[in-house]
Design a protein around this ligand. Structure first.
Ligand SMILES: Cc1ncc(COP(=O)(O)O)c(C=O)c1O
Length: 440
């Protein structure tokens, strides 16, 4: 007889694992907030969802398509890109994306997750090595895990040179890791260029909002791997739309288009859409079409998704997003000023609240605190949506409330957020427990 769902052994095991997470305050939950709240959480940095012209362009494009092709697919794509899911629209969008980012070619994926998994799982060949920033995104880990690379080695976050980097405490610098590789078992094959070394980094790291030193990374890789077998892959998820001229990304900002092997631009953050594109050479594109399982074995992105990406690129290329980027810059500077001033005024202990004194270049500000859930709940109860980020998403001791700023955040919202954080700090210093809003 089949066991009922409630009593099956598997259900008990799963429930116990969840209870364990709950006991460690690490249980993940789906949440949603009313639209009347102030958004300091989403990755929609440019607030493009609020631009009426963009909404109208999207609707018009869909209407034009629906009337010019009344029997063609509108909601779905009909299959994988390799079977019935390909369209001239998708191909011309890829050409537009490649041209915008000064890349020879691009290939669309349904998400950034799929793009990273597809790329990292099939491009490294047997014997190749992947060196990655220790904070690289989970999707790169999943891709690397299924790749045929001989080794996957982390390097210390954003640390290129060995100076001041103690190898006994965690991963070594990028220079140290590559130097060790050259002196190790595979050294000869690497020096002669028979095995490739892939270096995986992000442009902007989403938890601290800090930026990869791409120029130094590139110099280090070309200096240590002169045979041309060092291949840098940059995940531009959090830099797309924000950095570089008209939002072309960090690689373009630094003029490294011809130096990096591939870039992953995702559309679910500042671009306010979803999906991703890998920028690469035509050969790599063709290789991905043949080997990337996350492209081959999935239904291609349908027209509504493609259209949203197209109108967003048109908008960026028109220069109309420049003013949004300027607004965002002002909001970030003001928010940082206010939040940092709280630490100074209250001389907060680092375990209560710490804000990095450097003005952030990205729209992400980390409020480091030992009590991220308490601080986030306090703000949420006041309609200010921020998220607590706890281990294992960030290392233990680096828990924080993550503040994401947006072009459409008003100065009043930013002031209200700073006020709520300051109230929380004040209550915490003067009372044992943080009062909830209902008790105030
Ligand atoms: C750095 C980074 N890479 C890749 C992804 C995945 O992108 P997507 O949300 O489009 O799957 C994300 C987002 O979660 C990310 O932050």
């Amino acid at each position: 007889m089949t066991q009922s769902r409630e009593t099956s052994g598997l259900e008990k095991v799963l429930a116990a694992r969840l209870a364990d997470r709950q006991a460690r305050s690490q249980l993940r939950r789906l949440t949603s907030f009313p639209s009347s709240t102030a958004d300091f959480s989403s990755n929609s940095y440019l607030s493009l969802q609020l631009v009426p012209e963009l909404r109208q362009a999207y609707i018009s494009l869909l209407e034009r398509h629906a009337s010019s092709s009344p029997t063609g697919p509108l909601f779905g794509s009909g299959g994988s890109r390799l079977l019935d899911g390909n369209t001239p629209f998708a191909e011309s969008l890829e050409a537009q994306i490649a041209a915008f980012h000064h890349a020879p070619a691009s290939l669309l994926f349904n998400s950034g997750f799929d793009a990273n998994v597809g790329l990292f799982s099939c491009v490294p060949q047997p014997g190749d090595i992947i060196v990655y920033d220790e904070l690289i995104h989970a999707s790169v880990h999943d891709g690397m895990r299924t790749s045929r690379a001989a080794q996957r080695i982390p390097f210390r976050h954003n640390t290129v040179m060995s100076r001041g980097c103690d190898k006994d405490q965690g991963p070594g610098s990028l220079e140290r890791v590559i130097t060790d590789l050259i002196q190790g078992e595979r050294g000869e094959a690497i020096k002669r260029g028979r095995n490739a070394v892939f270096v995986a980094v992000e442009g902007v790291y989403s938890m601290d909002g800090d930026i990869a030193p791409l120029e130094q990374i590139n110099s280090c890789v070309t200096r240590l791997l002169p045979a041309g077998n060092g291949h840098i892959i940059v995940d531009e998820a959090h830099s797309t739309g924000l950095f570089g001229d008209q939002g072309r990304g960090l690689v373009c900002e630094y003029g490294l288009e011809d130096s990096v092997f591939a870039r992953v631009h995702t559309f679910g953050k500042a671009m306010g859409a979803s999906g991703a594109a890998v920028l690469c050479t035509p050969v790599v594109r063709e290789y991905l079409i043949n080997y990337a399982r996350t492209l081959i074995y999935t239904t291609a992105m349908p027209l509504p998704g493609l259209a949203s990406i197209k109108v967003t690129y048109d908008f960026l290329a028109s220069g109309k997003a420049d003013v949004l980027r300027a607004n965002l810059r002002n909001i970030v500077t003001r928010a940082h000023e206010l939040l940092l001033a709280i630490c100074t005024r209250h001389k907060t202990a680092p375990e209560l609240l710490h804000v990095d004194p450097d003005v952030p270049r990205s729209p992400i500000i980390a409020l480091l605190t030992g009590q991220p859930r308490s601080l986030a709940t306090y703000c949420q109860q006041r309609g200010l949506i921020v998220r607590p980020i706890v281990a294992p998403t960030v290392p233990k001791g680096r828990e924080r409330v993550r503040v994401c700023l947006h072009a459409a955040n008003s100065l009043a919202q930013v002031t209200a957020l700073a006020q709520a954080v300051e109230d929380w700090v004040w209550h915490h210093k003067t009372a044992e427990t943080i009062p909830t809003k209902t008790r105030l």
